[in-house]
Design a protein around this ligand. Structure first.
Ligand code: SF4
Length: 299
């Protein structure tokens, strides 16, 4: 099945050739274009306005046409990105799907990964932390360092999530996320098309930015999309086992993440850089000469 546009016509790849029977991933990813060639802030702003009132599928279709196999959905297998995966797969069955296995995920997440893999017959690219990074961190601070302080939690997220994500994005010109504006204050102003200056100026696409939680669940139910079983146990945002719990009545949807912390962002640094001198100092202390602080901090 080829990638098709809204009229059912084959979409051409960025190099001008029509996608073949297997879509755009026949040759493996092409080299990344220079950041300056990808898109500038002006074009990103214009596209953000253009797509803001359009359907998510319109943006996905455009993304496959523009970036070919150098765009991927980055997912932690929460409902938002599974909606996108279902939509994207219906446009391009060869859509690239990338996830990060932190090593602390619930068993249900691993089962869901395989369920999605089987249902859509797709290869899911699983990225892992560097063993040496985790070993150094645990040797110095213990298995459950995230309970000790916010900087220790950010350190764990940095080695287990942020660096593997950075490595995955180096292979891409654009990434697709399930971020929505109503999820948390830090996400209230996200645009559907943006330049990700924290990751080399590649393009970041948030097709569900203006969707509500109800919109997401309506899609999941209408199209029978697989979803994480922990949602049925009161979880509303699902990450690593020790850092996620169900929310209490009246709590915000992300209140179950790092619930013991006060006055800390409900973010891990994957979607926005978090500045605390404390944890970057520890990154350097653990990695020693290997540390490229400029790169590791995303700047
Ligand atoms: Fe570590 Fe918790 Fe972050 Fe997972 S969510 S990477 S266990 S601090």
């Amino acid at each position: 099945m080829s990638i098709v546009d809204g009229d059912g016509k084959p979409i051409t790849s960025p190099n001008g050739s029509a996608s073949g029977a297997n879509g755009v991933t026949q040759q493996g990813p092409a080299p990344r274009a220079g950041a300056a060639e990808l898109m500038d802030d002006y074009e990103a702003g214009e596209l953000a306005v253009q797509f803001d009132d359009q359907e998510p599928e319109d943006l996905l279709r455009w993304a496959f046409e523009r970036f070919g196999d150098r765009v991927a959905i980055i997912t932690s297998f929460q409902v938002d990105s599974l909606v996108l995966l279902d939509m994207a797969w219906n446009i391009n069955p060869d859509v690239r799907v990338i996830t990060v296995d932190t090593g602390r995920l619930p068993q249900e997440t691993y089962e869901l990964i395989d369920k999605v893999r089987d249902k859509y017959n797709i290869k899911i690219e699983v990225r892992y932390p560097e063993a040496a990074h985790v070993e150094g961190m645990v040797r110095k601070h213990g298995m459950n360092l995230f309970r000790k302080s916010v900087p220790m939690r950010l350190l764990c997220c940095h080695f287990r999530k942020v660096i593997p994500l950075q490595n995955a994005l180096e292979d891409l010109d654009a990434w697709i996320t399930g971020l929505r504006r109503d999820q948390w204050a830090t996400r209230a102003n996200i645009r559907k098309v943006d330049l990700d200056h924290d990751h080399g100026g590649i393009v970041k696409l948030n097709p569900l930015a203006d969707w509500s939680e109800d919109d997401v669940w309506a899609y999941i139910r209408e199209y029978d999309v697989p979803y994480h079983p922990l949602y049925d146990q009161g979880y509303t945002s699902i990450g690593c086992v020790p850092c996620t719990r169900p929310i209490q009545p009246g709590e915000d949807n992300r209140a179950g993440r790092w619930w013991w912390e006060t006055n800390a962002p409900k973010e891990c640094g994957m979607h926005c850089p978090i500045e605390t001198g404390g944890f970057m100092h520890e990154v350097h202390a653990i990695l020693g000469d290997e540390a490229d602080i400029k790169k590791l901090s995303g700047h």
